[in-house]
Ligand binder design. Structure first.
Ligand code: H79
Length: 452
């Protein structure tokens, strides 16, 4: 790494061409500067792709319950058997431009792909371990290099998922107790220094600007171990964000898998979620979220202050299942009309529209049960309130705690604004609406407010 930085500029320029990492900044980036693109982006594509897409959730003729990418663990498949999948992996239908184009069509501004999941198989050409898609499969290509270039052509930010702690292929990695015994008997630092840390260095040198690294399941990650990854990231690409699952504080918070908070959460955060139930492809999981549901979740998350990183699981042929593509493109169609209410938008100033905890009901842990409301959500920009109407009100839309001085109201339609009449009396505001909604998923009503 030191040697690369010391190499003559000409050499670096010719070797890395369009995938060149930006030159290290002289002044360190502030937190706000680093998070600027993330706060604007709001919606990203997550991709879980690996050897687990070959068994598709089935092992030796039996369906294996749970997440597709967990099959090695759930079926306790020995490394010597699971490894053999590599010889069959030949995703000839993979086309990086098609995947990046899907993200663009869906209105997603960043793409994060599994460079190595818990199974330990690197989906890129790694010099650290031969257990990778270039060296161990007949495919003999580096799909992540192709994808980095396809994203760069479309100005889509590119990032990597990397399972830093669990590695079921390595005797000293966390998680594989069926081949290698309990984790507390392992030389975990030998694994970190020998594989995880050098692989993260590879990912930050050969693939152009990396918008973020998405670490996961921080088992056995003491503060000092996390700090070593932070130092690597900062020394190679100071602008790269670190998610909230390294084990040491990252640049933003990661919520639980598929967990959307009930109310507004301050700071920078992201909900990782998937379009069906599994992350990695599973042939019997065809329970796709509808475009209406995905759009609602996106708006709901943005109205609470967060980002939505939404996953698809491509097949072992390299195909993103068609229903998930169709549903994402329909969300993209909605965003083409209503995107100004999403990208760079802030959370709701209200909150009552989100729902309320039930005063009597408690869940198994004794926490109050939250009853979400789904009629509308609000996102904001300076001087604008965006009311996303998921249930079209009859005749008029009313706010009981409206800001003073709303002068103008209109609906976004994609073909100019449809203005609406506003009446304001004290705290209450009433907007007269047309009989039918201009948009079938959700129509956005804009209220112009005085800029403070
Ligand atoms: O990469 C995706 C998941 O594989 C990963 N995070 C997202 C982004 C993840 N790793 N661990 N977990 C999620 C929690 C795992 C829970 C379970 Fe299980 C895996 C439930 C069933 C299989 C572990 C093994 C707990 C029970 C059996």
């Amino acid at each position: 790494m030191k040697r690369l930085l010391a190499a003559p500029a000409v050499l670096i320029a010719s070797a890395l061409v369009s995938l060149a990492a930006p030159p290290a900044e002289t002044a360190p980036l502030s937190h706000d500067q680093k998070l600027k693109w993330f706060r604007e982006a709001k919606f990203g594509l997550f991709i879980h792709w690996g050897l687990y897409s070959i068994p598709e959730g089935e092992w030796k003729g039996k369906p294996i319950a749970g997440l597709g990418e967990w099959i090695m663990n759930r079926a306790k498949i020995p490394v010597t058997e699971y490894e053999k999948l590599a010889a069959q992996f030949n995703p000839v239908k993979f086309n990086a431009d098609e995947w990046a184009q899907l993200a663009q069509d869906a209105g997603m501004k960043y793409l994060v792909i599994t460079s190595k999941h818990h199974d330990g198989f690197a989906m890129y050409h790694s010099a650290v371990s031969k257990y990778n898609i270039y060296d161990a499969t007949p495919f003999h290509r580096d799909p992540l290099k192709e994808l980095a270039a396809a994203c760069a052509r479309r100005h889509i930010k590119f990032g990597f998922y990397y399972s830093q702690a669990q590695d079921w292929h390595e005797p000293n990695g966390a998680g594989n107790t069926w081949d290698f015994g309990p984790d507390d008997k392992k030389d975990f630092d030998q694994y970190l220094r020998g594989k995880a840390e050098p692989q993260v260095k590879e990912l930050l040198t050969g693939y152009g600007p990396i918008c973020l690294i998405w670490f996961d399941t921080p088992r056995m990650m003491s503060g000092e171990r996390g700090q070593r990854f932070i130092d690597i990231v900062h020394s190679l690409q100071p602008a790269t964000l670190i998610d909230g699952r390294l084990g040491t504080e990252g640049d933003y918070r990661s919520m639980g898998d598929n967990r959307i908070p009930d109310s507004v959460v301050k700071g920078d955060w992201e909900v990782p979620a998937t379009v069906n139930h599994t992350w990695g492809f599973k042939k019997d999981d065809t329970d796709w979220k509808t475009p209406e549901d995905i759009t609602f979740k996106l708006v709901d998350i943005v109205s609470k202050g967060g980002n939505y990183l939404l996953n698809v699981g491509p097949t072992s042929q390299g195909i993103i299942p068609q229903p998930s593509q169709d549903n994402l493109r329909e969300v993209g169609r909605w965003l083409k009309i209503n995107g100004e209410a999403i990208y760079g938008a802030g959370p709701t100033p209200f909150g009552d529209e989100l729902g309320a905890p039930d005063p009597t009901a408690k869940d198994k842990q004794g926490n109050p049960v939250f009853h979400a409301k789904t009629d509308w959500r609000c996102t904001t920009k300076p001087g604008k309130l965006y009311i996303h109407l998921f249930k079209w009100p009859e005749g008029s839309f009313e706010l009981t705690k409206a800001p003073a001085g709303v002068k103008k109201a209109y609906l976004l339609t994609g073909k100019g604004h449809v203005s609406a009449k506003v009446r304001q009396q004290g705290d209450s505001l009433k907007v007269t609406l047309p009989a039918t909604a201009p948009e079938k998923i959700a129509s956005v009503l804009v209220l112009e407010t005085p800029v403070k």
